[in-house]
Design a protein around this ligand. Sequence first.
Ligand SMILES: [Zn+2]
Length: 365
Amino acid sequence: MKATAAQSLGRCYAMDDQAVDNRETHLVRADLPARAHPGLGMAGSGLNRAAELRGDTAAMRAALSDTNTRILPMWQGRFLFVAEGSVPDPALGQGLASVPPDHSVLNGAEEPAVFLGLSNGHHVFAQDVCGWVPDDTLDPQARLAQDRIYDATLPAGSFFADLRGQMMALDARAAELAATARGVLGWHRSHRFCAACGAPSIPEDMGWRRGCAACGTSHFPRTDPCVIMMVVRDNAALLGRSPHWPEQMFSCLAGFMEPGETVEAAVRREVFEETGIRVGEVRPVASQPWPFPASLMLGCVAVAQSDEITVDPVEIEEALWVSRERLLRIFAGRDDVIRTPRAGAIAGWLMREWLADTLIPRQKF
Ligand SMILES: [Zn+2]
Protein backbone atom coordinates (compact mmCIF):
# COMPACT_ATOMS: atom_id res chain seq x y z
CA MET A 1 0.00 0.00 0.00
CA LYS A 2 2.94 2.31 0.62
CA ALA A 3 4.06 2.08 -2.99
CA THR A 4 0.54 2.90 -4.07
CA ALA A 5 0.45 6.02 -1.92
CA ALA A 6 3.85 7.13 -3.21
CA GLN A 7 2.79 6.66 -6.81
CA SER A 8 -0.40 8.52 -6.10
CA LEU A 9 1.54 11.40 -4.60
CA GLY A 10 3.88 11.52 -7.57
CA ARG A 11 0.92 11.77 -9.89
CA CYS A 12 -0.52 14.63 -7.85
CA TYR A 13 2.74 16.55 -8.08
CA ALA A 14 2.77 16.00 -11.83
CA MET A 15 -0.73 17.47 -12.08
CA ASP A 16 0.30 20.42 -9.90
CA ASP A 17 3.25 21.13 -12.15
CA GLN A 18 0.97 21.32 -15.12
CA ALA A 19 -1.42 23.63 -13.30
CA VAL A 20 1.45 25.96 -12.37
CA ASP A 21 2.70 25.85 -15.94
CA ASN A 22 -0.73 26.88 -17.21
CA ARG A 23 -1.03 29.65 -14.64
CA GLU A 24 2.36 31.09 -15.62
CA THR A 25 1.37 30.95 -19.26
CA HIS A 26 -1.63 33.10 -18.40
CA LEU A 27 0.60 35.59 -16.60
CA VAL A 28 2.87 35.97 -19.61
CA ARG A 29 0.16 36.05 -22.27
CA ALA A 30 -3.35 36.03 -20.90
CA ASP A 31 -4.80 35.41 -24.33
CA LEU A 32 -2.74 32.35 -25.15
CA PRO A 33 -4.88 29.21 -25.07
CA ALA A 34 -3.96 27.04 -22.10
CA ARG A 35 -2.99 23.44 -22.57
CA ALA A 36 -6.25 21.58 -23.03
CA HIS A 37 -7.07 17.89 -22.94
CA PRO A 38 -7.12 16.68 -26.55
CA GLY A 39 -10.52 15.29 -27.46
CA LEU A 40 -12.30 16.95 -24.53
CA GLY A 41 -14.74 19.64 -25.63
CA MET A 42 -15.13 22.92 -23.73
CA ALA A 43 -11.97 22.18 -21.75
CA GLY A 44 -10.91 25.82 -21.53
CA SER A 45 -8.82 28.18 -23.63
CA GLY A 46 -7.43 30.70 -21.13
CA LEU A 47 -9.95 33.36 -22.15
CA ASN A 48 -9.19 36.77 -20.60
CA ARG A 49 -12.55 37.54 -18.99
CA ALA A 50 -11.33 41.08 -18.16
CA ALA A 51 -13.55 41.30 -15.08
CA GLU A 52 -12.01 44.67 -14.26
CA LEU A 53 -13.85 46.16 -17.24
CA ARG A 54 -17.31 45.04 -16.12
CA GLY A 55 -17.72 48.10 -13.90
CA ASP A 56 -16.14 50.51 -16.41
CA THR A 57 -19.27 52.05 -17.88
CA ALA A 58 -17.44 54.24 -20.39
CA ALA A 59 -15.33 51.36 -21.72
CA MET A 60 -18.34 49.09 -22.02
CA ARG A 61 -20.42 51.76 -23.75
CA ALA A 62 -17.57 52.39 -26.21
CA ALA A 63 -17.21 48.65 -26.88
CA LEU A 64 -20.92 48.33 -27.59
CA SER A 65 -20.71 51.02 -30.26
CA ASP A 66 -17.59 49.55 -31.91
CA THR A 67 -18.29 47.60 -35.11
CA ASN A 68 -15.28 45.37 -34.34
CA THR A 69 -17.05 44.10 -31.23
CA ARG A 70 -18.45 40.58 -31.48
CA ILE A 71 -21.83 39.73 -29.99
CA LEU A 72 -22.90 36.10 -29.76
CA PRO A 73 -26.68 36.00 -30.09
CA MET A 74 -28.47 33.17 -28.26
CA TRP A 75 -31.92 32.40 -29.62
CA GLN A 76 -34.11 29.80 -27.92
CA GLY A 77 -30.98 28.26 -26.39
CA ARG A 78 -29.22 28.04 -29.76
CA PHE A 79 -26.08 29.82 -30.91
CA LEU A 80 -24.97 31.13 -34.27
CA PHE A 81 -22.41 29.04 -36.20
CA VAL A 82 -20.51 29.62 -39.43
CA ALA A 83 -20.69 27.38 -42.49
CA GLU A 84 -18.26 24.44 -42.52
CA GLY A 85 -14.87 25.38 -43.94
CA SER A 86 -15.12 29.06 -43.00
CA VAL A 87 -11.95 30.88 -42.03
CA PRO A 88 -11.71 31.12 -38.20
CA ASP A 89 -12.62 34.50 -36.75
CA PRO A 90 -9.56 36.02 -35.01
CA ALA A 91 -11.61 36.81 -31.90
CA LEU A 92 -14.05 33.91 -31.79
CA GLY A 93 -11.89 31.04 -33.02
CA GLN A 94 -13.19 28.26 -35.22
CA GLY A 95 -16.88 27.61 -35.79
CA LEU A 96 -18.76 30.40 -33.99
CA ALA A 97 -20.47 33.30 -35.72
CA SER A 98 -21.34 36.67 -34.24
CA VAL A 99 -23.09 39.90 -35.15
CA PRO A 100 -21.94 43.52 -34.68
CA PRO A 101 -23.66 45.64 -32.01
CA ASP A 102 -25.98 47.36 -34.53
CA HIS A 103 -27.36 44.13 -36.05
CA SER A 104 -31.14 43.79 -36.30
CA VAL A 105 -31.21 40.33 -34.64
CA LEU A 106 -30.31 42.06 -31.36
CA ASN A 107 -33.64 43.90 -31.45
CA GLY A 108 -35.09 40.65 -30.08
CA ALA A 109 -33.25 41.10 -26.77
CA GLU A 110 -35.12 41.76 -23.54
CA GLU A 111 -32.03 42.27 -21.40
CA PRO A 112 -28.59 43.88 -21.98
CA ALA A 113 -25.60 42.02 -23.44
CA VAL A 114 -23.28 40.08 -21.12
CA PHE A 115 -19.57 40.89 -21.41
CA LEU A 116 -17.62 37.66 -21.90
CA GLY A 117 -14.13 39.14 -22.15
CA LEU A 118 -11.32 40.21 -24.45
CA SER A 119 -10.21 37.83 -27.16
CA ASN A 120 -7.32 38.69 -29.43
CA GLY A 121 -7.92 42.37 -28.73
CA HIS A 122 -11.66 42.31 -29.41
CA HIS A 123 -14.49 42.76 -26.94
CA VAL A 124 -16.84 39.77 -26.99
CA PHE A 125 -20.39 39.85 -25.61
CA ALA A 126 -23.36 37.49 -25.63
CA GLN A 127 -27.03 38.41 -25.69
CA ASP A 128 -30.28 36.49 -25.42
CA VAL A 129 -32.42 37.45 -28.44
CA CYS A 130 -35.44 35.40 -27.46
CA GLY A 131 -37.83 37.88 -29.10
CA TRP A 132 -36.24 37.63 -32.56
CA VAL A 133 -38.54 36.27 -35.26
CA PRO A 134 -36.96 34.70 -38.36
CA ASP A 135 -37.98 36.18 -41.68
CA ASP A 136 -39.56 32.96 -42.97
CA THR A 137 -43.00 31.47 -43.34
CA LEU A 138 -42.55 28.39 -41.14
CA ASP A 139 -44.76 27.95 -38.13
CA PRO A 140 -42.79 28.00 -34.85
CA GLN A 141 -43.11 24.24 -34.19
CA ALA A 142 -41.87 23.29 -37.66
CA ARG A 143 -38.98 25.71 -37.30
CA LEU A 144 -37.88 24.34 -33.93
CA ALA A 145 -37.83 20.83 -35.37
CA GLN A 146 -35.03 21.86 -37.71
CA ASP A 147 -31.42 21.23 -36.67
CA ARG A 148 -30.25 24.42 -38.36
CA ILE A 149 -32.13 27.69 -38.67
CA TYR A 150 -31.00 29.83 -41.60
CA ASP A 151 -32.39 33.29 -42.25
CA ALA A 152 -31.73 36.04 -44.77
CA THR A 153 -31.22 38.56 -41.99
CA LEU A 154 -28.35 36.56 -40.43
CA PRO A 155 -24.70 36.89 -41.55
CA ALA A 156 -24.12 35.04 -44.83
CA GLY A 157 -23.98 31.27 -44.41
CA SER A 158 -24.52 31.35 -40.64
CA PHE A 159 -27.20 29.37 -38.84
CA PHE A 160 -28.65 28.92 -35.37
CA ALA A 161 -28.12 25.43 -33.91
CA ASP A 162 -27.86 23.58 -30.61
CA LEU A 163 -24.41 23.90 -29.06
CA ARG A 164 -24.16 20.20 -28.17
CA GLY A 165 -24.42 19.13 -31.80
CA GLN A 166 -21.78 21.63 -32.95
CA MET A 167 -19.31 21.17 -30.10
CA MET A 168 -16.70 19.29 -32.10
CA ALA A 169 -16.77 21.93 -34.85
CA LEU A 170 -15.46 24.48 -32.35
CA ASP A 171 -11.87 25.06 -31.33
CA ALA A 172 -10.97 25.67 -27.68
CA ARG A 173 -11.56 29.45 -27.76
CA ALA A 174 -14.92 29.20 -29.48
CA ALA A 175 -15.98 26.43 -27.12
CA GLU A 176 -15.09 28.43 -24.01
CA LEU A 177 -16.95 31.50 -25.30
CA ALA A 178 -20.02 29.45 -26.18
CA ALA A 179 -20.01 27.51 -22.90
CA THR A 180 -19.69 30.73 -20.91
CA ALA A 181 -22.45 32.43 -22.90
CA ARG A 182 -24.78 29.42 -22.62
CA GLY A 183 -24.26 29.16 -18.89
CA VAL A 184 -24.63 32.82 -17.93
CA LEU A 185 -27.48 33.61 -20.34
CA GLY A 186 -29.31 30.49 -19.21
CA TRP A 187 -28.93 31.64 -15.62
CA HIS A 188 -30.46 35.02 -16.45
CA ARG A 189 -33.45 33.35 -18.08
CA SER A 190 -34.23 31.26 -15.01
CA HIS A 191 -33.39 33.83 -12.33
CA ARG A 192 -35.49 36.86 -13.21
CA PHE A 193 -36.81 37.18 -9.67
CA CYS A 194 -35.04 37.70 -6.36
CA ALA A 195 -34.69 34.43 -4.43
CA ALA A 196 -34.85 36.37 -1.13
CA CYS A 197 -38.03 38.44 -1.60
CA GLY A 198 -39.57 37.50 -4.96
CA ALA A 199 -39.32 40.95 -6.57
CA PRO A 200 -38.02 41.25 -10.16
CA SER A 201 -34.22 41.57 -10.28
CA ILE A 202 -32.10 43.35 -12.88
CA PRO A 203 -28.75 42.49 -14.52
CA GLU A 204 -25.71 44.36 -13.21
CA ASP A 205 -21.92 44.22 -13.67
CA MET A 206 -22.38 43.57 -17.40
CA GLY A 207 -24.38 40.44 -16.71
CA TRP A 208 -22.30 38.88 -13.92
CA ARG A 209 -24.72 39.75 -11.12
CA ARG A 210 -28.43 40.38 -10.66
CA GLY A 211 -29.45 42.96 -8.12
CA CYS A 212 -32.75 43.32 -6.29
CA ALA A 213 -33.90 46.92 -5.84
CA ALA A 214 -36.54 45.86 -3.33
CA CYS A 215 -34.31 44.21 -0.71
CA GLY A 216 -30.76 44.93 -1.91
CA THR A 217 -29.71 41.29 -2.31
CA SER A 218 -27.17 40.44 -5.01
CA HIS A 219 -27.37 37.15 -6.91
CA PHE A 220 -24.50 35.61 -8.87
CA PRO A 221 -24.43 33.10 -11.76
CA ARG A 222 -24.37 29.56 -10.38
CA THR A 223 -22.62 26.43 -11.47
CA ASP A 224 -23.72 23.03 -10.18
CA PRO A 225 -20.88 20.53 -9.63
CA CYS A 226 -21.57 17.04 -10.86
CA VAL A 227 -19.27 14.04 -10.49
CA ILE A 228 -18.79 11.71 -13.45
CA MET A 229 -16.67 8.65 -12.88
CA MET A 230 -14.84 5.98 -14.75
CA VAL A 231 -15.30 3.10 -12.31
CA VAL A 232 -12.74 0.40 -13.03
CA ARG A 233 -11.86 -3.02 -11.64
CA ASP A 234 -9.04 -5.03 -13.12
CA ASN A 235 -9.69 -5.24 -16.86
CA ALA A 236 -13.23 -3.85 -16.83
CA ALA A 237 -15.09 -0.55 -16.55
CA LEU A 238 -18.58 0.07 -15.21
CA LEU A 239 -21.06 1.68 -17.61
CA GLY A 240 -24.74 2.41 -17.15
CA ARG A 241 -27.74 3.90 -18.91
CA SER A 242 -30.68 6.04 -17.79
CA PRO A 243 -34.20 5.02 -18.78
CA HIS A 244 -34.78 8.10 -20.95
CA TRP A 245 -31.57 7.88 -22.96
CA PRO A 246 -31.45 7.06 -26.69
CA GLU A 247 -31.23 3.35 -27.51
CA GLN A 248 -27.79 1.75 -27.21
CA MET A 249 -26.40 4.69 -25.24
CA PHE A 250 -24.31 3.71 -22.22
CA SER A 251 -22.02 6.03 -20.32
CA CYS A 252 -20.02 6.58 -17.15
CA LEU A 253 -22.05 6.89 -13.98
CA ALA A 254 -22.68 10.47 -12.86
CA GLY A 255 -24.60 12.49 -10.32
CA PHE A 256 -24.91 15.86 -8.67
CA MET A 257 -22.86 16.62 -5.59
CA GLU A 258 -24.75 17.37 -2.43
CA PRO A 259 -24.02 20.23 0.01
CA GLY A 260 -21.25 19.38 2.45
CA GLU A 261 -19.87 16.58 0.31
CA THR A 262 -16.35 16.10 -1.04
CA VAL A 263 -15.83 15.02 -4.64
CA GLU A 264 -14.58 11.64 -3.43
CA ALA A 265 -17.58 11.09 -1.17
CA ALA A 266 -20.00 12.04 -3.94
CA VAL A 267 -18.40 9.52 -6.29
CA ARG A 268 -18.63 6.73 -3.72
CA ARG A 269 -22.23 7.61 -2.81
CA GLU A 270 -23.48 7.86 -6.39
CA VAL A 271 -21.84 4.61 -7.49
CA PHE A 272 -23.23 2.74 -4.50
CA GLU A 273 -26.74 4.22 -4.86
CA GLU A 274 -26.96 3.40 -8.56
CA THR A 275 -25.24 0.01 -8.72
CA GLY A 276 -24.46 -1.26 -5.21
CA ILE A 277 -20.74 -1.24 -6.08
CA ARG A 278 -18.33 -0.17 -3.33
CA VAL A 279 -15.59 2.21 -4.47
CA GLY A 280 -12.19 2.70 -2.84
CA GLU A 281 -9.68 5.13 -4.31
CA VAL A 282 -11.08 8.10 -6.22
CA ARG A 283 -8.98 10.51 -8.20
CA PRO A 284 -10.17 13.66 -10.02
CA VAL A 285 -8.57 13.80 -13.48
CA ALA A 286 -10.30 16.51 -15.55
CA SER A 287 -13.28 18.84 -15.53
CA GLN A 288 -15.66 20.09 -18.19
CA PRO A 289 -18.23 22.87 -18.09
CA TRP A 290 -21.54 21.44 -19.29
CA PRO A 291 -23.89 24.43 -19.43
CA PHE A 292 -27.11 22.48 -20.15
CA PRO A 293 -28.13 24.28 -18.08
CA ALA A 294 -25.46 24.82 -15.41
CA SER A 295 -23.30 21.78 -14.67
CA LEU A 296 -19.59 21.50 -14.11
CA MET A 297 -18.60 17.90 -14.72
CA LEU A 298 -15.85 16.72 -12.38
CA GLY A 299 -14.29 13.73 -14.11
CA CYS A 300 -12.80 11.08 -11.83
CA VAL A 301 -11.36 7.63 -12.02
CA ALA A 302 -12.64 5.37 -9.24
CA VAL A 303 -11.45 1.91 -8.26
CA ALA A 304 -14.19 -0.57 -7.43
CA GLN A 305 -13.81 -2.88 -4.43
CA SER A 306 -16.66 -5.18 -5.44
CA ASP A 307 -18.18 -6.27 -8.73
CA GLU A 308 -21.71 -7.52 -8.07
CA ILE A 309 -24.17 -5.05 -9.58
CA THR A 310 -27.52 -4.25 -7.94
CA VAL A 311 -29.21 -1.60 -10.03
CA ASP A 312 -31.46 1.06 -8.50
CA PRO A 313 -34.22 1.19 -11.15
CA VAL A 314 -35.19 4.72 -10.16
CA GLU A 315 -31.73 6.01 -11.06
CA ILE A 316 -30.62 3.81 -13.95
CA GLU A 317 -32.07 1.21 -16.26
CA GLU A 318 -29.06 -1.03 -16.63
CA ALA A 319 -25.41 -1.23 -15.62
CA LEU A 320 -22.73 -3.63 -16.75
CA TRP A 321 -19.02 -4.29 -16.69
CA VAL A 322 -17.30 -3.77 -20.03
CA SER A 323 -13.86 -5.20 -20.74
CA ARG A 324 -11.10 -3.19 -22.41
CA GLU A 325 -11.42 -5.36 -25.48
CA ARG A 326 -15.15 -4.72 -25.74
CA LEU A 327 -14.71 -0.99 -25.14
CA LEU A 328 -12.26 -0.91 -28.05
CA ARG A 329 -14.92 -2.56 -30.21
CA ILE A 330 -17.49 0.00 -29.01
CA PHE A 331 -15.24 2.86 -30.08
CA ALA A 332 -14.76 1.14 -33.41
CA GLY A 333 -18.55 1.02 -33.83
CA ARG A 334 -18.52 -2.78 -33.90
CA ASP A 335 -20.61 -3.57 -30.81
CA ASP A 336 -24.21 -4.70 -31.34
CA VAL A 337 -25.52 -3.41 -28.00
CA ILE A 338 -23.59 -0.26 -27.10
CA ARG A 339 -22.97 2.61 -29.48
CA THR A 340 -19.89 4.83 -29.68
CA PRO A 341 -19.95 7.59 -27.02
CA ARG A 342 -20.64 11.18 -28.04
CA ALA A 343 -17.47 12.93 -29.22
CA GLY A 344 -16.25 15.80 -27.04
CA ALA A 345 -18.15 14.91 -23.87
CA ILE A 346 -16.12 14.00 -20.82
CA ALA A 347 -17.59 10.48 -20.50
CA GLY A 348 -16.15 9.38 -23.84
CA TRP A 349 -12.92 11.17 -23.04
CA LEU A 350 -12.58 9.26 -19.74
CA MET A 351 -13.17 5.96 -21.54
CA ARG A 352 -10.57 6.73 -24.19
CA GLU A 353 -8.02 7.84 -21.63
CA TRP A 354 -8.56 4.70 -19.59
CA LEU A 355 -8.01 2.59 -22.69
CA ALA A 356 -4.83 4.55 -23.37
CA ASP A 357 -3.60 3.92 -19.79
CA THR A 358 -3.21 7.64 -19.16
CA LEU A 359 -5.74 7.94 -16.32
CA ILE A 360 -3.86 5.55 -14.09
CA PRO A 361 -0.87 3.31 -14.62
CA ARG A 362 -2.40 -0.10 -15.22
CA GLN A 363 0.06 -1.86 -12.94
CA LYS A 364 -0.93 0.38 -10.03
CA PHE A 365 -4.06 -1.63 -9.43
ZN1 LIG B 1 -35.11 40.98 -3.13
